[in-house]
Design a protein around this ligand. Structure first.
Ligand SMILES: *Cc1c(COP(=O)(O)O)cnc(C)c1O
Length: 413
């Protein structure tokens, strides 16, 4: 096989490995022919995909630009410096680490930079939308640290700020974590900063979900308030699958050492190049408009679902996220998800605050990238409710989904 010129990925794969090529085409077809409502997903651009599939994947680059443990890093050093500079400028941060392999790796590194095993950490409890890395017993976080969970108000579904303050005063945590996989409202970072300062705790913002909205100016930034901000690059931010850490200069060295060599080996230079591409895209007025549309769509979707009879957590949303209890439509979230999947509406179940049954978690990042707007959100809510109620015949609903997505191809051509 010739390696003298860059491979035309799809063609090369079709020739070299038709079996795998078939799988990739099948997944592309699945993504294009069903509705992607998983809150953490998006469609990254062809430019991001090109960087991901580039020969930078071949390069070993342990360490940081200018201080690598491998030779031949002079070109990839430029790529990483570019990614770091773009991230710093996009988020107004003094320091950015773009090597974290995932959101979870970013959180692991943040803990490694600030904590010792056995330290007490205050974080949103898992039943209220905390992530696995916020103290799940199945995760390193729950095994190595002493997590104290805070919750949300039973009536409103909004974070119980009084409880946060009381628990902080009682337990004097070494760190407080704010951030969630499902919380649809803006987080009051100034409040968390104030409590952290009062009890002498570090503040870690796990902004994996809203960081893309922050980039586009559609959500408040945790950067001025948190000691460390952890994020993903593949959710609303629409970059490659990966993580990122932002912090002030005073923690820069500790954070960098917590990523490499403490928790990771060689940096994934193709992913870092793709992150640079995504940061460049996110700095444009088009991306800012995209994030505003993401939120506008989620608001309409939440209102339409409520209109259909679902109980929408917190009564609405400030972000791309909507969580809802479909119980009034006759089934719980798990059954609803199965019915919806059969009809081509792909979304997640989630825990519901103060309920034993599961709810539904949806997001508008992917459908908005496809170009869908308010009108389509109303249509999606009606489709969803019909399928969940069992009044819409599955094959018929599947046809309607196909009809809807056909007008919004994620990768035209
Ligand atoms: C998505 C998410 C993560 C984890 O990201 P991965 O890339 O899946 O490891 C961590 N924290 C929060 C709050 C998230 O939403």
């Amino acid at each position: 096989m010739s390696v003298t010129h860059a491979p035309q990925t799809a063609d090369v794969l079709a020739r070299q490995d038709p079996e795998l090529a078939e799988i990739l085409l099948g997944e592309l077809d699945r993504q294009a022919s069903t509705l992607q409502l998983i809150a953490a997903e998006n469609f990254c651009s062809p430019a991001v995909l090109a960087a991901l599939g580039s020969p930078l994947a071949n390069k070993y680059a342990e360490g940081y630009p200018g201080a690598r443990h491998h030779g031949g890093c002079e070109i990839v050093d430029v790529a990483e410096r570019l990614a770091v500079e773009r991230a710093k400028s996009l988020f107004g941060a003094e320091h950015a680490n773009v090597q974290a392999h995932s959101g979870s790796s970013a959180v692991l590194a943040a803990y490694a930079a600030l904590l010792r095993p056995g330290d007490t950490v205050l974080a949103l409890g898992l039943p209220y939308g905390g992530h696995l890395t916020h103290g799940s017993p199945a995760n390193f976080s729950g095994r190595w640290f002493d997590f104290v969970p805070y919750g949300v108000d039973a009536e409103t579904g909004v974070i119980d700020h009084d409880q946060v303050r009381t628990l902080a005063r009682t337990h004097r945590p070494k760190a407080i974590v704010c951030g969630s996989i499902a919380y649809p409202r803006h987080i009051d970072y100034a409040f968390f900063r104030e409590v952290a300062d009062e009890v002498g705790a570090y503040l870690i913002a796990d902004a994996a979900h809203p960081i893309g909205l922050v980039a586009g100016g559609a959500a408040p930034s945790p950067v001025p308030y948190a000691d460390i901000v952890c994020a993903t690059t593949h959710k609303v931010l629409r970059g490659p699958r990966g993580g990122m850490i932002l912090c002030g200069s005073e923690l820069a060295e500790r954070v960098d050492r917590a990523v490499f060599p403490f928790t990771q080996g060689g940096a994934q230079m193709h992913t870092i190049a793709a992150k640079a591409v995504a940061f460049g895209e996110a700095a444009t007025p088009e991306f800012a408009a995209y994030t505003r549309q993401v939120v506008a769509n989620a608001r309409v979707l939440a209102a339409a679902l409520a209109e259909e009879g679902c109980v929408v957590t917190t009564g609405g949303t400030d972000t791309h996220l909507v969580t809802a209890d479909p119980a009034p439509l006759g089934v719980d979230g798990r059954t609803a998800r199965g019915r919806l999947a059969a009809a081509g509406l792909v979304l997640d179940c989630c825990a519901l605050p103060h309920a034993d049954s599961r709810g539904l978690r949806l997001g508008t990042a992917a459908v908005t990238t496809q170009g869908m707007a308010e009108k389509e959100m109303t249509r999606i809510a009606a489709l969803l409710a019909g399928v969940v109620r069992g009044t819409a015949e599955s094959a018929r609903a599947r046809e309607e989904v196909r009809d809807l997505v056909d007008g919004f191809p994620p990768y035209p051509g």
